[in-house]
Design a protein around this ligand. Structure first.
Ligand SMILES: NC(=O)C[C@H](N)C(=O)O
Length: 482
């Protein structure tokens, strides 16, 4: 029997708790959709059929027995292939982690399980989260369900498409420089990058540790708020995580706009490099907010042109160090019949890593090498500091900064590929990396469609640990019709 369409998790949860619908039926619905659509879309790389059904049955039994259940009972979630779930495969969508199994469950995922979420499978992504189109995956490209000739965005492309195509209720991705927000925008969804250190990274494959954040991809803002609330907070297993108490984000979504000041990046309305439909969508939102009586001002970000090089120099440097652990000794793939240890390392890494990952390891190693360290790495660290300070002061003067999530909507598969023009791919991240360079929070919410009916994303940034306000404002905007 087909599952009725639920518009909010609250509605679904009420039916689950009163026994109108069982968790087994819900899981069955998603398994059927996966069966039907995944061959084309390639969003899941592994489906945990037995595990998901067992979780559902156990939960149904508890509900029947009148036992209390967690805040996520009835929510079926997919996880990006960079998040550990004990005894299940984990590969960062790379050949080098072939057949690797997680030795433990990461904190964020454990917290979802503790609240009775059902984990249905792991999702395709760019290899080690490096990319913006999901074309750099050992499992092949993911297709955007709005137009299967187009990319879903990346690197959490499979996670976005799985929600877009109703193969799970929500997904958990990771965002190092837009990897949650940009695919969410390409697929018409909400993608939240929390403040750096808000969610523990214990059990997240490290890409660039001073940038990496875990974040939810959902259909709406209240779900993002609820998932953040469940996953965030102090954790003994991650010394970088913030000790700040976690607000009840999902209970504080009512918007009180009194006295709020909103900035928008002036070039969002003017730059020829931004698709006309995206500029138009921005304009409508800016005008709407002005009409509502808010102080809304266009601003320039003088360091904008330095953000991308800073991001790529630093993330590649960190990646080259983080990825040195894949040596064929401890994890996954190992080359066969190497005559000595050094050849074994070299061949394992040459065979196991894809082209984009190799490019980044080489560039990262270069900027960290003794002769170039100061010229690139140290300089980029200094510039990062300036970008962080400028961003924070802008977000102190204004409550929110609006800009597009991406300068274009979903592009064609192959059009921007890292193979043909890696720089073009990097340039598309121009607006999404600032929040990570500065460590603040940002969200992408749906903002209409372009002339080809492809989703547009509006990005809203707020200062560190201002998620409560950010989510309430996003929730308010999400409810308007433009
Ligand atoms: N990982 C991310 O957040 C995506 C970004 N485009 C990168 O390749 O670094």
């Amino acid at each position: 029997m087909a599952l009725k369409t639920y518009h909010s998790f609250r509605e679904l949860q009420a039916d689950v708790q009163s026994g109108v619908v069982s968790c087994e039926e819900i899981v069955g619905h998603y398994l059927r959709n996966i069966e039907e659509k995944n061959k084309t879309l390639n969003a899941f790389v592994e489906v945990y059929t037995d595990f998901a059904l067992a979780q559902a049955q156990a939960l149904d039994a508890r509900i029947k027995a009148g036992e209390p259940v967690g805040r996520l009972a009835g929510m079926v979630i997919g996880i990006k292939d960079v998040l550990c779930l004990k005894d299940f495969g984990l590969q960062g969508s790379s050949k080098i982690l072939d057949k690797f199994k997680s030795q433990f469950t990461g904190t964020a995922i454990q917290r979802l399980l503790d609240e009775d979420a059902i984990i249905i499978g792991r999702q395709n992504c760019d290899e080690f989260a490096m990319g913006s189109s999901n074309e750099n995956s050992a499992f092949g490209v993911v297709r955007n369900a709005a137009d299967t000739t187009r990319v879903p965005g990346g690197s959490s492309g499979g996670s976005a498409v799985a929600v877009q195509a109703d193969m799970c209720w929500a997904s958990i991705g990771s965002d190092t420089g837009g990897s949650v927000r940009q695919p969410a925008s390409f697929c018409g969804l909400v993608g939240l990058k929390p403040t750096y250190s808000r969610i523990s990274r214990y059990g997240l494959i490290a890409y660039a540790s001073s940038f990496d954040c875990i974040g939810p991809i959902t259909r709406n803002v209240p779900d993002a708020a609820l998932l953040l609330e469940v996953m965030a907070g102090a954790d003994d297993f991650d010394s970088t995580v913030s000790q700040k108490p976690v607000p009840a984000y999902s209970q504080q979504l009512a918007w009180n706009g009194a006295g709020k000041k909103i900035a928008y990046l002036r070039e969002s309305l003017e730059s020829e490099a931004i698709a006309p439909a995206i500029r138009e969508s921005m304009k409508k939102r800016v005008e709407f907010l002005k009409q509502q009586g808010y102080t809304v001002e266009g601003v320039e970000f003088p360091l904008l042109e330095y953000i991308l090089p800073t991001y790529y120099i630093l993330t590649m440097a960190e990646a080259s160090a983080n990825l040195s652990r894949y040596d064929g000794v401890r994890y996954g793939h190992r080359t066969e019949n190497a005559p000595d240890l050094e050849t074994m390392y070299k061949r394992t890494r040459a065979e196991g890593f894809g082209r984009e990952v190799k490019r980044r390891i080489m560039l990262g190693t270069f900027v960290l090498s003794a002769s170039y360290y100061d010229a690139y790495f140290t300089k980029a660290q200094r510039v990062r500091r300036l970008i962080k300070e400028k961003t924070e002061s802008l977000l102190t003067e204004y409550d929110f900064l609006l800009m597009p999530t991406s300068p274009t909507t979903a592009f064609k598969i192959g059009e921007n590929s890292a193979e043909s023009d890696p720089l073009a791919m990097f340039l598309a991240d121009i607006y999404s990396v600032q929040a990570n360079v500065a460590g603040v929070t940002g969200i992408s919410i749906p903002a209409g469609n372009d002339e080809q009916n492809l989703p547009i994303g509006l990005q809203i940034m707020a200062n560190a640990f201002r998620e409560t306000d950010l989510l309430a404002f996003s929730n308010y905007l999400e409810q308007q019709t433009f």
